[in-house]
Design a protein around this ligand. Structure first.
Ligand SMILES: NC(=O)c1ccc[n+]([C@@H]2O[C@H](COP(=O)([O-])OP(=O)(O)OC[C@H]3O[C@@H](n4cnc5c(N)ncnc54)[C@H](OP(=O)(O)O)[C@@H]3O)[C@@H](O)[C@H]2O)c1
Length: 349
């Protein structure tokens, strides 16, 4: 199989800036019973890589505490949630027919074995991730996409961004013909939300920054609203009847200003807080209109199954903004933080 004993990996041993990313030579992990060893061919970056490295998630009761999304990180930790690669070994007693298959890894660690389980951990955060030549994962989290027309780079862009987008769209119960509002539209999750909501027959209003408006429209948005200008005015004009579902990774003032723009029975799905986590809202606008605010963390196993189907049928076309060698992980994260690109950044171990 040609698996060497050591591998190159990029890991963090503490929270901090890009300088805490260290390129190291470590032992190739051994797959335990029920696990497989995957040779990583592509690993995509996500905003969570930055927040995990910085410790930017806070803790209940202490919003400025240095923390991973589920609490303290067990250092040293190899980052990277989004892996595409090939299975090179399986743990004792495992199904050897998996060896050689091209796979996409579901990075979630779930709270139970059921199809609607909640994600309570993430590869690259609660277990070692894919900023490395090899990674292990439980066999049930490894999905065979050998025959997908998508490239390995494209497959690597799917788990977190498209998984999160599918989770939001499913939890928000987006239906054909409904009007949806997408924030952070030029980002990884935002572009995925536009593509999937559009494919489901929704009318998509996307909020983005000035220079990326063309790219967001190209992804399928019916209208693009400029977040540098009066947003509520633009939303009212684009959707005079109101919004059915907001798919929001920005939150902050957008929630307070936007909630009154929901239609009767509307849903406001939040999966990020780039614009601020301390949100105030007029609660009357919620109960008087049977509106719902829905928190959405990643995806369930059922949502990930839908994503694997999309990948196999290539019903989505992920956009790659740039690729980097593993040794340039810090430079790639710096580029992600600048947010001047459109699409996903991918590392090649
Ligand atoms: N809940 C979950 O399971 C989950 C999973 C994945 C990601 N997330 C969260 O979702 C968010 C987006 O993730 P991502 O990977 O898509 O990030 P990303 O690729 O960096 O994209 C974020 C986009 O949001 C916009 N934006 C950035 N800062 C903003 C601000 N202060 N105010 C308004 N808009 C801003 C930018 O678009 P424009 O310049 O075009 O406006 C940017 O392209 C992050 O907060 C991330 O932590 C949550």
């Amino acid at each position: 199989m040609g698996v060497t004993e050591t591998m190159r990996a990029v890991r963090i041993a503490k929270h901090g800036g890009p300088e805490v990313l260290e390129l190291v030579e470590v032992a190739v992990p051994t797959p335990r019973a029920g696990e497989a060893l995957v040779r990583v061919s592509a690993v995509a970056l996500n905003n969570t890589d930055l927040w995990t490295r910085e410790g930017a998630y806070g803790r209940p009761g202490d919003p400025t505490a240095l923390s991973g999304w589920r609490g303290p990180i067990d250092f040293p930790r190899i980052q990277g949630a989004d892996v595409a690669g090939r299975v090179v070994a399986v743990g004792a007693g495992g199904d050897e027919s998996l060896i050689g298959r091209r796979v996409m890894v579901d990075p979630a660690i779930y709270d139970n074995a059921g199809p609607d389980a909640n994600p309570v951990g993430l590869m690259g955060s609660e277990r070692d991730g894919g900023y490395a030549e090899y990674v292990t994962a439980p066999v049930e989290r490894i999905h065979d996409v050998t025959d997908s027309p998508l490239t390995d780079d494209q497959l690597a862009t799917l788990p977190t961004a498209y998984g999160t987008a599918l989770g939001m769209i499913e939890r928000g119960r987006v239906r054909k013909g409904e009007t949806v509002l997408v924030s952070g539209a030029s980002g990884g999750v935002g572009l995925a939300l536009i593509q999937i909501a559009r494919a489901r027959g929704a009318k998509v209003l996307a909020i983005s920054g000035g220079r990326k408006i063309d790219a967001v429209r190209e992804a399928g948005a019916h209208a693009v609203l400029d977040r540098a200008r009066d947003l509520t005015g633009q939303i009212r004009k684009a959707a005079p009847e109101g919004i059915d579902v907001a798919l929001d990774v920005v939150a902050g003032a957008l929630v307070s200003d936007g909630l009154p723009l929901l239609r009767e029975g509307g849903r406001w799905v939040v999966a990020g807080a780039l614009g601020g986590y301390d949100v105030s809202l007029d609660i009357r606008r919620l109960y008087l209109h049977n509106a719902q605010v829905i928190g959405s963390a990643m995806h369930t196993p059922t949502h990930f199954g839908l994503l694997v189907d999309l990948a196999r049928q290539a019903e989505i076309q992920p956009v790659i903004a740039a690729t980097f060698p593993l040794s340039d992980a810090a430079r790639a994260q710096e580029q992600l933080a600048r947010r001047e690109h459109v699409g996903k950044l991918v590392l090649h171990p």
